[in-house]
Design a protein around this ligand. Structure first.
Ligand code: FM0
Length: 325
């Protein structure tokens, strides 16, 4: 009754930003991401008859509070799905993602937890079913089941049975790199969950965000198919800007950017002006991810590291989907 799985995080190029059902985690739009090899979570789940509650260790430290509650709530779903209501687990996760740096460790975390917990119960699941289950832990996590370029199809059904990720192109299709720029002083005050809810409920710009999605998806998939980096980068950057624009139209308004965020965005634009193809994308926090091609790696990394306020630059390649260890 024990299994270990590894999952990588992913960066959204077309963002998931808003839910139509909060309990089942059903989104208002399709999203598309690239799985990254640089950041991953390894999780061992051991169901044991002698436990009266779940115990969860992250990087060898026992976890309580909100993070613990999200994990046990997710395992409740798993237990319910497979009729194992009274079986509790010892869960050990290690994150090769700087959790405190504001990276979405929830994507790799819930994907690894879903894979390890179902395998520990002896269940073999299709990737589609695993993605559906993972989605209910954290929406963006359902894309981490697959490697490379992945689309989360929002689905139409009220029960969520048609809302899961599908592969678009494997990791080896195209070596697009991502530099994660870690900024100093990144206190995150609005979670993605809270931020997207406020935006859906109140932002005057939300409909505009939704209106842009279908064309973005068509164009970015075309860019991926033809390995057209300028096309991929320009669409990802514009999509990110429109997502962040919705936060400015919310009541009360908010933004995830600080002055260092804007400085990195400006630097990326300047790199393009001198002939370095680089594009940015930003999630629900101030850190910036920069997309580039391998031949520009040295220049991109040096330029970003020289900026004041940059604590670290972590480079990543396309990564693989779930693996069992
Ligand atoms: O990854 O409420 O998955 O598509 O990262 O747990 O379903 O943490 F930029 C924001 C991720 C949102 C875009 O939201 O939310 C993306 C974001 P949950 P998530």
């Amino acid at each position: 009754m024990k299994a270990t799985a590894k999952a990588h995080t992913n960066i959204a190029l077309i963002k998931y930003w808003g839910k139509r059902d909060e309990r089942l985690i059903l989104p208002t739009n399709n999203s598309l991401s690239l799985t990254l090899d640089g950041f991953y979570t390894k999780t061992t789940v051991h169901f044991r008859n002698d436990l009266l509650r779940d115990v969860f260790y992250l990087n060898d430290t026992v976890v309580s509070g909100e993070a613990y509650n999200r994990v046990t709530k997710f395992l409740d779903l798993v237990r319910q799905q497979f009729g194992k209501q009274d079986l509790y687990a010892d869960i050990r996760s290690t994150n090769a993602v700087p959790t405190a740096a504001g990276f979405a460790s929830s994507a790799s975390g819930f994907a690894a937890l879903a894979a390890a917990s179902t395998r520990a119960l002896g269940e073999t699941m299709t990737e589609e079913a695993l993605s559906q289950l993972t989605r209910q832990g954290s929406g963006s996590a359902c894309r981490s089941i697959y490697g490379g370029f992945v689309e989360w199809q929002m689905g139409m059904k009220a029960d969520g049975s048609d809302s899961y990720a599908v592969p678009v192109a494997p990791a080896h299709h195209w070596d697009v790199r991502v530099a994660a720029v870690v900024l100093n002083a990144t206190e995150k005050d609005v979670s993605s969950r809270e931020g997207m809810k406020r935006t859906v409920d109140t932002s005057l710009f939300y409909q505009g965000w939704l209106d842009g999605i279908p064309q973005d998806l068509i164009d970015i998939k075309d860019g991926i198919r033809h390995r057209d980096f300028e096309k991929l980068g320009a669409i990802a950057e514009a999509n990110c800007l429109r997502m962040h624009a919705t936060t400015l139209g919310a009541i009360p308004p908010f933004t995830y950017w600080n002055h260092l965020t804007v400085q990195v965005m400006e630097t990326v634009r300047q790199m393009r002006q001198i002939g370095i193809p680089a594009y940015f994308t930003i999630d629900a926090g101030p850190n910036v991810k920069v997309l580039y091609l391998p031949e520009y790696e040295y220049k991109v990394e040096q330029t970003l590291r020289e900026l004041p306020g940059v604590a670290d630059v972590i480079l990543s390649r396309p990564g693989e989907g779930i693996t069992y260890l």
